[in-house]
Write a protein that binds this ligand. Structure first.
Ligand code: DMJ
Length: 474
């Protein structure tokens, strides 16, 4: 790990992570927490025997398979429908979501020719001058994030110009009485709508808008996104938790249930990551006090393992015991913060969730180990966490887990033209959806899990929540 970075906060975090890693290595031989995950999971023999380089290559082949399916049946549109072999656009006009989201994965996988052709297509055909209301959060993490990381990887200024244009069109979202963003913004008129939102939609903008400021010199982006997250943090409860719903006009909470899952998840992730990427001391302070409350009130050690559940943000009383595919990002964030102990334990629980049902359900009741939401959306989070844990521990256990994830994906989600989400993880019933994050995140983290560390240097890059790497250089 390279410690020669001019970023003081990053250095401290990396140092903590490294020390924790060394401490772990001293007390535990590698992979000793239990038997290697792959050994009992009925892996296909060729996967069980595959080397790391072979696994990385197999993941690349599967990316290519899904990308070819998109190109053949959905080219120019937002997403491929893998069963009907048609396409889906989020709005009245396509925003080329899959190509923009998938572009940096191609670059990292060395698919230079595809990446160059896709960049040219995006530059020639993507226009944000559209009279459509878009979701500020989703368009920021997928489109703005994708354009910025691909700009940094390629140096193609056309992508930065598109990102700057998109950022300008999204800025009206912040014109609310509190400074927290409206849910939707019209890209042409700047009209806004949607006052009922959640911490993730308010707090998951600073990495992308912050990078825009660093790369264009326009300070308004950083200021607006930073104000939004600070206004949210200011409204945390007396015991330091945030709820699931907030009104951005009144600043009042509309749902007091606190957790680390969908709707709150990346708010925490970005407090930590913005402190690392921008050396932002306010974010570091907000992260430190938030994680203390989260560990105190949401962490839950029960007979089935170590989990994070739901609690009332004002009293801290346990509200329910659900954990799901989205929550599985948290071992990765804990690992990045240096807390390898909790990160390892939580990833073990998440892995148990995956293997109990043959693939990961959207949500389970972790006390009873029963399914609460019965789908698999091709989500990346558990793989993302295995990737971070592998990088910080080099414990082969996490690559073994990766083989199991890959095996289940190819067994249950692969179609003749691409990959499909599951509507029912028990019956392994496919549905006609392949979200862009499958190419942006799921296959990227799986590829990086099996690739040499220098494929993407974690001391110089911070991933946005859609797995777009942002380089600490501007
Ligand atoms: C992605 O769009 C992002 O990872 C987001 O933070 C959560 N949901 C999906 C993937 O599951």
């Amino acid at each position: 790990m390279n410690l020669r970075t001019p970023f003081a906060a990053s250095t401290i975090f990396i140092l903590i992570a490294t020390l924790a890693q060394l401490a772990t290595a001293q007390v535990m031989p590698r992979g000793n927490q239990s038997s290697p995950p792959g050994s009992s999971a009925g892996l296909a023999p060729d996967i069980a025997a595959a080397t790391d380089a072979e696994m990385a290559d197999r993941v690349r082949q599967e990316f290519r398979h899904a990308w070819e399916g998109y190109k053949q049946y959905a080219w120019g549109h937002d997403e491929l429908k893998p069963l009907s072999k048609s396409y889906h656009d989020w709005y009245a006009k396509s925003l080329l979501m899959t190509p923009v989201d998938a572009l940096d994965t191609m670059a990292l996988m060395g698919m230079t020719d595809d990446a160059a052709k896709t960049r040219d297509y995006i530059a020639a055909n993507l226009s944000f001058d559209q009279d459509i209301y878009v979701k500020n959060f989703e368009i920021t993490i997928r489109m703005l994030g994708g354009l910025l990381s691909s700009y940094q990887l390629s140096g193609d200024k056309r992508l930065l110009a598109l990102a700057d244009d998109l950022g300008t069109r999204l800025l009206p979202a912040f014109n609310s009485p509190t400074g927290m963003p409206y849910v939707d913004v019209n890209l042409k008129t700047g009209a806004v709508r949607g006052v009922e939102t959640n911490p993730a939609e308010v707090g998951t903008l600073l990495i992308e808008f912050g990078m825009l400021t660093k790369l264009t010199g326009r300070t308004v982006y950083y200021e607006r996104a930073k104000r939004a997250v600070s206004e949210l943090y200011k409204r945390r409860s007396r015991i330091g938790l945030v709820g699931s719903g907030i009104n951005i006009s009144t600043g009042q909470w509309t749902d007091p249930v606190s957790h680390i899952g969908g709707g709150i998840d990346s708010y925490y992730e970005y407090l930590l990551k913005a402190s690392l990427l921008f050396d932002d001391k306010d974010c570091q302070r907000m992260w430190t006090s938030s994680i203390e409350a989260v560990n105190k009130y949401l962490a839950d050690e029960v007979s089935t393992g170590f989990w994070y559940g739901q609690a009332n943000m004002n009293t801290g009383d346990r509200a329910s015991t659900y954990f799901g595919a989205l929550d599985a990002f948290f071992p990765g964030t804990l690992a990045l913060s240096g807390d390898l102990d909790r990160a390892r334990k939580l990833e073990d629980s998440a892995y148990k969730m995956w293997t109990t049902f043959g693939i990961e359900p959207e949500e389970i009741n972790y006390k009873k180990m029963t399914i609460a939401a019965n789908g698999y959306e091709l989500r990346p989070e558990i793989i993302e966490s295995a990737f971070y844990l592998y990088r910080f521990t080099h414990d082969p256990r996490y690559r073994e887990m990766g083989k199991v994830f890959f095996d289940s994906l190819t067994k249950y989600c692969r179609t003749d033209v691409a990959y499909a989400a599951l509507s029912d993880v028990k019956r392994k019933t496919k549905k006609d959806e392949m979200e862009s994050f499958f190419l942006a995140e799921t296959l990227k983290y799986l590829y990086l899990l099996f690739s040499p560390d220098n494929t993407l240097d974690l001391s110089r890059n911070v991933f946005n929540t859609e797995a777009h790497p942002m380089r600490k250089v501007w």
